[in-house]
Design a protein around this ligand. Structure first.
Ligand code: NAP
Length: 175
């Protein structure tokens, strides 16, 4: 059974994108050695990606580093959107419903990770009790504003536990 994990690089003040979806700040940190990211990457069987992330800012667009994990991920992707693209995108399945998207990504991932990309999708996964793990990398920058790692006004408390032997910000979601 696949494990559903939300990963992101977050500014120290809690944002994964700057105002207007700006991701230019991230390019400074992409390419830095990161053993936990490498470990995760080797275990990702599918990506579940929100449409804002999928079609959004990529500071590496047009280079070899374009795409998820600085261009190093080349497996299946499930795009979650209410507005499926008119033309098929190679390697990308489209889902218009959260549960269908998770099922599709989990089937593609097998026993590996489904990596969720996008705070909106991750929030829904948490609220639906679907998320198993969270891995957060912290970038030494304060963005001041933008898209929060989790934005759940009025949301219920979710308890996390560190994963033994893993880096500090790799957590299991307790249900
Ligand atoms: N720092 C990092 O490591 C990192 C990683 C990933 C992403 N990012 C950035 O973080 C930002 C994430 O943006 P976000 O959290 O606002 O959006 P998101 O999760 O990437 O995508 C949200 C979009 O997905 C679609 N969607 C969401 N739930 C759906 C559902 N249940 N059914 C059908 N479609 C659904 C909708 O698109 P439609 O309007 O098309 O229906 C919605 O607007 C982006 O700017 C991205 O570039 C940063």
């Amino acid at each position: 059974m696949a494990t559903l994990l939300y990963s992101a690089t977050m500014s120290l003040d809690g944002f994964i994108a700057g105002p207007g979806g700006d991701m230019s700040w991230l390019s400074e940190y992409v390419g830095e050695p990161n053993e936990a990211a490498d470990r995760l990457l080797s275990r990702i069987g599918a990506i579940l990606c929100g449409a804002v992330t999928f079609f959004g800012d990529d500071p590496n667009r047009g280079t070899d580093a374009e795409g998820a994990f600085g261009g190093q991920y080349d497996g299946p992707t499930v795009l979650l959107t209410h507005r499926p693209p008119v033309n098929p995108i190679p390697g990308v399945s489209v889902a218009t419903d959260l549960h269908a998207a998770v099922e599709c990504a989990a089937a593609a991932a097998g026993e590996q990770y489904v990596n969720v990309l996008g705070a909106d999708v991750a929030r829904q996964c948490i609220d639906e009790g679907l998320l198993d793990e969270i891995l957060v990398f912290t970038a030494p920058v304060l963005l001041g504003d933008g898209v929060r790692l989790f934005d759940r006004p009025g949301g219920e408390r979710v308890t996390l536990e560190r994963i033994p032997g893993e880096v500090e910000n790799w957590y299991r979601v307790l249900r």
